[in-house]
Design a protein around this ligand. Structure first.
Ligand code: PDD
Length: 288
């Protein structure tokens, strides 16, 4: 069983306990991260930690761990959990802490609750458009809140959209705003490809600033052979795209084969996906 970290202690995950008065439990008042490690090497550890520190500052949770202290803690937890498979994800959760009553305002003098555990993740997909697992998605108007750039543990809006996709036999739900513009998926960022150009929505309050998204954009720009644009993407463009991809720490870059039952392009992973996934794979351990 996974060894978890809870408020300074290491213990078996099933033995970890928090108070029901923890504000993470009562209000979803916290910040989280999911960080992948393949063969013990992390992907984007530094930017993941930076995003978490930014998220904690945005909601005024005073957690005085430095980026270096986080790195030591997380690497240590991976080492403690290394086993038959060394492909592990870490879930990191910092809530505002446990109050003595249920009261909406931020309490004074409460220590944040820090909880981390590891879980097995799959081997990376092959860099081969004939063999990669493709995903099908549904679509929905984005009915979450207007602070999607904060990686909040309050995920009910995301969970409800994910469930829409899941209930109809799909593995994600692509979301669009009131102007019919793509935002992201319920637990992923989104990209389209048209005429060889990779296009993804700009990083604003409508999307999570995904670490995988950033590694993809940076690796494409560094290579220079595939043009990449961050701009508004309409749902018409999504439906007429040659390729559509989703990205996240657990899915890396995953091709979408069908949207609402209609094939994307020829209904298979495309050549630009394969080229981009090769570049991403070569670059992914750089910032760790
Ligand atoms: N999901 N957008 C949303 C809404 C997400 O929840 C995630 C990540 C992403 C991709 O971000 P990144 O590349 O940094 O993983 C985009 C995580 C993995 C989750 O909730 O499990």
């Amino acid at each position: 069983m996974s060894i978890a970290y809870l408020n300074g202690e290491y213990l078996p995950l099933a033995e970890a306990r928090i108070s029901p008065l923890d504000r993470g439990f009562l209000f979803g008042d916290g910040i989280y991260e999911v960080i992948p490690y393949y063969d013990g090497k992390s992907v984007g550890l530094v930017p993941h930690i930076e995003r978490m520190i930014d998220g904690l500052a945005a909601i005024e949770i005073k957690c005085n761990k430095s980026a270096d202290q986080w790195k030591v803690l997380l690497d240590d937890l991976i080492a403690r959990n290394a086993g038959a498979t060394n492909n592990l994800g870490i879930y990191v959760h910092v809530s505002r802490g446990t109050d003595v009553k249920r009261f909406h305002a931020y309490p004074e003098n409460v220590e944040p609750t820090i909880f981390c555990f590891t879980f097995d993740i799959k081997d990376p997909e092959p860099v081969d458009r004939e063999k990669v697992h493709g995903y099908t998605v549904t679509t929905s108007e984005d009915l979450r809140w207007k602070r999607c750039h904060i990686k909040s543990t309050a995920l009910l809006g995301n969970v409800m959209h994910f469930q829409q996709g899941h209930a109809s036999g799909n593995s994600e739900c692509l979301l669009y705003n009131a102007n019919n513009e793509l935002t992201e998926g319920s637990s992923v960022n989104a990209f389209i490809v048209k005429d060889g150009v990779v296009i993804t929505p700009i990083q604003d309050n409508q999307i999570l600033p995904g670490i995988t998204r950033r590694i993809i954009i940076d690796s494409l720009k560094a290579d220079g052979s595939i043009k990449v644009e961050e701009r508004t993407v309409t749902m018409d463009e999504v439906h007429n795209a040659d390729e559509v991809w989703i990205s996240s720490s657990s899915k890396e870059i995953a091709p979408i084969t069908h949207i609402d039952g209609t094939p994307v392009g020829d209904g298979k992973a495309g050549p630009v996906w394969e080229a981009a996934f090769r570049l991403y794979t070569a670059a992914k351990f750089t910032n760790s």
